[in-house]
Write a protein that binds this ligand. Structure first.
Ligand SMILES: [Zn+2]
Length: 358
């Protein structure tokens, strides 16, 4: 019976060793290492176990001695039967342990494979180009300012790649006999919106300009401070942009430069109806006489440019009146409280033809 306890001790020792060498991590390099360790320890045990096996076979003389000693005399051979049953159980247990070992090694290998696949997927995603931007928020200063407009939205690429951008410093114009702009403006209904970039006045239909055999209808006008365009390097305190569209959708923007002086009645009418909140619209029950915005003399500079706000669309006909209009300091101060700076920086003229009235 002594070697039964030796056998039991051996079994416990094997089981302990097997558990101690189990991998405890199943991810990444650890999983790889653990897997390698598991398979090498499994191999070590496989070679160790046969060397133990002979020891669990009871020596014949021991059995004989046991039999002759009469300890198990009442049940002859029962000790040997018990030991062989125990051997079978031990062999079965060892086989089970090997199976468990194999299963754990397989699980570790599977975990490593999964971790590798996840890593490869993360690398693949990291290598992808960024998704196209479709932002809509832009400003005149800071990170969303003019230098970055083209990065905010893929549809605003022209803001940086265009070569017909506005505003420009108007100089070296070709003095020619430009045809006069024909104005057909009349008192009109309007509404006022503070759109977060400027104060914009949307006007009712029926107000036209005709130039170059094209007739454009006034859609809206709005203000910038300071003036976006310069003339021979000089900028003005403010400018009014009157945005017109022809039936094909082509745009013509008439710019009226503003300097300090007498009050402008049309501006006062707009300021009287300023919305209290951004993006709110005020629709007053009065009419606006658009002719009050125009100077009496209407010579102009003209060139092809773009919208001066995103999406910076090109193909816009610019008409900049040479004679500035006036607004009072108090009227200008009102706009300055809302928009102290809402002018895009000057863009390269890039050899564009600029014409001006003689
Ligand atoms: Zn404008």
């Amino acid at each position: 019976m002594r070697h039964l306890s030796v056998l039991t001790a051996c079994l416990i020792a094997i089981a302990t060793a097997a558990q101690a060498s189990e991998p405890t991590h199943t991810s990444g390099h650890e999983a790889a290492k653990a897997s390698a360790e598991a398979s090498s320890s499994a191999g070590a045990k496989a070679s160790a176990i046969p060397s133990i096996k002979p020891n669990i076979v009871p020596p014949k003389e021991g059995a004989a001695a046991s039999a002759s000693s009469g300890v198990s005399a009442s049940v002859p051979g029962s000790s040997e039967e018990g030991e062989s049953e125990l051997q079978a159980r031990i062999a079965k247990r060892i086989a089970e342990m090997r199976e468990q070992q194999k299963a754990r090694a397989a699980a570790a290998a599977k975990a490593k494979k999964l971790a590798d696949a996840r890593r490869r997927e993360a690398e693949r995603v990291a290598a992808l180009p960024p998704p196209p931007a479709h932002g809509t928020h832009w400003t005149y200063e800071g990170v969303d300012g003019p230098a970055n407009w083209s990065k905010i939205n893929v549809d605003w690429a022209a803001c940086s790649t265009g070569n017909r951008q506005s505003p420009i410093d108007i100089r070296d114009g070709m003095k020619v006999d430009l045809e006069a702009i024909s104005f057909d403006y009349k008192p009109t209904n309007f509404n006022v919106i503070d759109n977060g970039h400027t104060v914009q006045v949307n006007v009712g239909g029926g107000n036209y300009i005709t130039v170059g055999n094209r007739t454009y209808e006034l859609v809206q006008f709005h203000f910038h401070r300071p003036s976006e365009e310069r003339v021979n390097g000089k900028s003005y305190e403010m400018v009014v942009h009157m945005v017109h569209k022809d039936p094909e959708g082509k745009l013509a923007v008439l710019a009226v430069l503003l300097e300090r002086g007498r009050a402008m009645q049309a501006m006062q009418t707009v300021w009287n109806n300023l919305p209290l909140e951004k993006n709110d619209t005020v629709t007053p029950n009065v009419v606006l006489d658009l002719n009050e915005i125009l100077p009496p003399k209407r010579e102009y500079y003209t060139y092809m440019g773009s919208l001066t706000t995103p999406p910076c669309t090109e193909g816009v006909l610019w008409l900049v009146l040479k004679t500035p209009m006036q607004a009072s300091p108090a009227q200008m101060a009102i706009f300055a409280r809302l928009y102290p700076l809402n002018a895009r920086p000057i863009q390269q003229a890039a050899g564009r033809v600029i014409k001006e009235s003689n």
